[in-house]
Design a protein around this ligand. Structure first.
Ligand SMILES: [Zn+2]
Ligand SMILES: [Zn+2]
Length: 124
C-alpha cells in the first residue's frame, strides 16, 4: 500500500510539473504570436498612412503645376503662404474651396477668392 502511494506520487508529480511547463510554453508562444500580429497590424497602419501622405503630397505638387513661378513669400494683402502671382496657396487649404486669391480693388490691401468670394483682410 505504501509502495503504491509512493509510486503514484512519483508518477503524478513529474507529470504535473510537465503539464505546467507545457502550459506556460504554449502560453508564451501564443502571446508571442499575438504580439507579432499586433506589430504587423501597426506596420500596416503606418505604411497606409505613409502612402496617403505621399499621395496628398503628389496631389499638392500637381495642383501647383500651373506654369507659375510661385513665390510664396506672401504679397501685400494676401493670406500667408499664398503666391501673389497666381493666387494659389502653397498647401491646399482645408475645406471645400481651393482658394485662388486675387487682389481686390479697395483702399486697404485686401484679397478675394475668385472661386468662392471669400475675403481676406490682413490685420494691420
Ligand atoms: Zn504662383
Ligand atoms: Zn475660395
Amino acid at each position: 500500500m505504501k509502495q503504491l502511494f509512493f509510486f503514484l506520487v512519483l508518477l503524478v508529480l513529474p507529470s504535473a510539473i510537465l503539464l505546467g511547463l507545457i502550459y506556460s510554453a504554449c502560453r508564451a508562444l501564443y502571446l508571442m504570436c499575438e504580439d507579432r500580429r499586433e506589430l504587423k497590424q501597426l506596420d500596416a497602419i503606418a505604411a497606409e498612412s505613409a502612402a496617403r501622405r505621399e499621395q496628398r503630397r503628389r496631389e499638392n505638387d500637381n495642383r501647383l503645376e500651373n506654369g507659375c513661378p510661385h513665390s510664396f513669400d506672401s504679397g501685400l494683402g494676401f493670406p500667408p503662404g499664398v503666391c501673389p502671382k497666381c493666387g494659389l496657396a502653397k498647401e491646399r487649404p482645408a475645406g471645400e474651396c481651393d482658394h485662388i486669391w486675387r487682389r481686390s480693388e479697395s483702399p486697404t490691401p485686401t484679397s478675394v477668392c475668385a472661386l468662392c468670394g471669400k475675403t481676406y483682410r490682413p490685420e494691420l
